[in-house]
Design a protein around this ligand. Structure first.
Ligand SMILES: *[C@@H]1O[C@H](CO)[C@@H](O)[C@H](O)[C@H]1NC(C)=O
Ligand SMILES: *[C@@H]1O[C@H](CO)[C@@H](O)[C@H](O)[C@H]1NC(C)=O
Ligand SMILES: *[C@@H]1O[C@H](CO)[C@@H](O)[C@H](O)[C@H]1NC(C)=O
Length: 291
């Protein structure tokens, strides 16, 4: 109505001017505008559809509010969507990805069982002990992708909501050969690294020998044993690091070869003489941890 009034009012005002060209220009513009509106809304429709399909993860992210953590920690929080099962009521429980980097005979087995005694932590063992998975960098990254999508089923699975999910990785399981690519991947992925090493390298080396001896003589019937010390504060710090409620962790692993080093090593005098006065002398005093 308004438009029509204007249209009819128009020629009155400009009756002396070139009426016809102006009117047709106006009609043309209105038609153009109509086309534009149609085109635009059509585009919008398809665009919205596409967005629905591709941005599912974005949507989850906006639906699942990230908890109040410092900005720089946000990139370590993930909401994985496994293909093989539904996280159900845990879908909005953020998960931190971690990797325990260690060496053999460093107490990492004990450490991992401790972590797995936490209801919100799931560590999936030495997944790269399988040679095929560390064949080359692409098999390594594919394995990691599969693990961190949480489509990985081991005894580490929990009934509670998993809030920290990871693996144990020995330095000699492809980690050293491909360290640059792996570091890039972990950074990109927002995964956290726990470096576990035995402070007393000498004790670790002796433990390697002792372990071989034990294996040959079959002393280890039944339960698995690790050569370790307990360190409660360290464990609380790891739990804080992983963003899980701090609780008392337990392990069935027991430490063997607890005797002082001189009792364990036949030629201790030779070892001692060799190391005395060098920067390795500190290993002689038998301490695994800083006191
Ligand atoms: C990595 O190893 C897999 C399995 O052996 C093989 O199929 C693939 O071609 C290798 N990729 C590269 C880049 O070497
Ligand atoms: C640990 O699991 C419980 C039970 O599923 C859950 O309510 C809680 O939010 C989880 N903790 C964290 C830090 O996600
Ligand atoms: C190291 O050497 C010094 C001097 O030669 C000696 O007094 C000390 O007892 C030695 N320490 C050990 C642990 O053998």
């Amino acid at each position: 109505m308004l438009l029509q009034e204007r249209m009819s009012a128009y020629p009155l005002k400009s009756s002396k001017g070139p009426v016809f060209p102006l009117r047709s220009v106006l009609v043309f513009l209105i038609a153009l505008f109509g086309f534009y509106v149609c085109y635009f809304s059509f585009n919008q429709l398809t665009f919205e559809n596409e967005e629905k399909l591709t941005n599912e993860e974005e949507q989850t992210k906006s639906i699942c509010r990230k908890p109040a953590v410092p900005h720089e920690e946000k990139r370590y929080l993930h909401f994985p969507k496994p293909i093989t099962y539904d996280r159900g009521e845990c879908a909005c429980t953020p998960v931190r990805f971690f990797v325990i980097v260690s060496m053999q005979r460093s107490g990492s087995g004990w450490f991992e069982t401790l972590l797995n005694s936490h209801p919100n932590v799931s560590s999936n063992g030495e997944i790269f002990s399988v040679r095929d998975r560390r064949e080359n960098i692409s098999t390594i990254l594919r394995t990691l992708d599969k693990l961190y999508s949480m489509d990985w089923h081991t005894s580490a699975a929990k009934n509670e909501c998993t809030a920290a999910f990871g693996l144990k990785w020995m330095l000699n399981q492809g980690l050293m050969e491909h360290h640059q690519d792996i570091v890039d991947y972990l950074n990109r992925k927002g995964a956290m690294v726990i470096l576990l090493f035995r402070r007393n390298t000498l004790r670790r080396l002796i433990s390697v020998l002792a372990n071989n001896y034990d294996r040959r003589t079959k002393q280890l019937n039944g339960i698995h044993k690790s050569h370790v010390h307990s360190k409660e504060e360290a464990l609380s710090r790891v739990q804080e690091f992983l963003g899980v409620p701090v609780m008392k962790l337990s392990s069935k692993h027991v430490k063997i070869h607890t005797r002082p080093l001189p009792d364990l090593v036949d030629n201790w005098e030779d070892v001692s003489d060799m190391l005395n006065g060098t920067k390795y002398a500190r290993f002689l005093d038998d301490a695994d941890y800083v006191k």
